[in-house]
Design a protein around this ligand. Sequence first.
Ligand code: UGY
Ligand code: MN
Length: 264
Amino acid sequence: MHPTDLPVQPGIVRPGAIGHSRAVVGRNFAFIPPEGVLKSRLPAWSSTTVRFLAAPTLGAQFAQFMLEIEPSGGTAEPICVDLQHFFYVVTGAVDIRVATETTSLTEGGFAYVPPGTSFTMHCHPGAPARVLALKKRYEAVAGIATPPPIIAQQQSMPVTNHTGLQGRGFKHLLPMGDLRFDFEMNLMFFQPGVCFPAVETHIMEHGLLMLEGQDLYYLGDSWHEIWVDDFIWMGSFCPQQFYPTGASQSVYLLYKNVNRDVVL
Ligand code: UGY
Ligand code: MN
């Protein structure tokens, strides 16, 4: 019998709390189910719980975190730092102001905020919001301009497929191949049973949030069962493969650093 089949008693730690963790932290990957990610509170965010998912202390070259914003909560003051930010609304609705323009984003809305650009974010009153956030130091290149802000809803973008492989789909939330950007954020769509053409072993890092589906993820040399709200950090050269085992499509949001040379 699986421990989750047993009744949960209020005030009592549930069966399986010790022996049934899926969390794994390896040398260059981490599989992070949400139940073990504890709360942070940050001075820059009011009425907001922050759950850090990836950070330099893990080995990542970026930080990724889930913001759980209470109704009317959000940034305490405008934030303007020498870092890039990316936000993706997982549930609920927020208003984001980037420089002087305010936009309402609902589930599937996203925003890219360039370094040195002021922003605020506030949850709509009435219901809380969950927003996946990422921050990364911008890798400037002489002669290439810093990218502009981008704010949109993923629903207004077409699903594309540059691979030619059946059952794959992509939404490149930031323009793929635009060398001003030093990272991509891609929604990846898979029909059941559709995997990558090979185990990937590449220099780019990933931060992955599962949005839909039930699947297996290969990391390093082991398979891990994955479902909605699980997070994975894949470090540089982590062998990776994916196998959707569910009956309907699988979707995840993937960070990938691109367009820049190695630093020696
Ligand atoms: O583009 C990628 O690197 C992608 N195929 N990797 C992944 O989803 N783990
Ligand atoms: Mn990859």
